[in-house]
Design a protein around this ligand. Structure first.
Ligand SMILES: [Ca+2]
Ligand SMILES: [Ca+2]
Ligand SMILES: [Ca+2]
Length: 117
């Protein structure tokens, strides 16, 4: 009988441990967090106001650098610009070879001043 109780206690302890490991660790402790309704927020690394659906966290209040939408399909890009290919490397872009990107791709420049590309 004593042995059986010990086994039961072990099972209960395992279940409690499982329950604890399922909760997300919070910086302020868990008791306060459980009182409020958590929302999901999405990381906005490029600060364009659109959240990254791949990186989210649940929180009571909106954390710094997070937004409440998941509309950003590229969170490393706050807006695309047109660059121009500079095949001959003179620092002047070919007006007939525009490239749309977040930042200048290798071999491209932001001007289109090359008269003889
Ligand atoms: Ca963003
Ligand atoms: Ca973006
Ligand atoms: Ca050039």
């Amino acid at each position: 009988m004593f042995l059986r109780n010990r086994v039961l206690l072990g099972v209960v302890a395992s279940l409690v441990a499982l329950g604890c490991s399922g909760s997300e660790p919070g910086p302020k402790g868990t008791t306060e967090d459980e009182d409020c309704r958590k929302h999901r927020y999405y990381a906005d690394a490029d600060h364009d106001g659109l959240g990254d659906p791949e990186r989210s966290k649940r929180a009571c209040e909106q954390p710094d650098g997070y937004v409440d939408n998941a509309d950003d399909d590229d969170d490393d890009c706050a807006g695309q610009r047109v660059f121009y290919e500079d095949a001959d490397g003179d620092g002047l872009g070919d007006p007939t070879s525009p490239v749309v990107a977040c930042s200048a791709p290798e071999g491209s420049v932001s001007n289109h001043d090359d008269a003889e590309p």
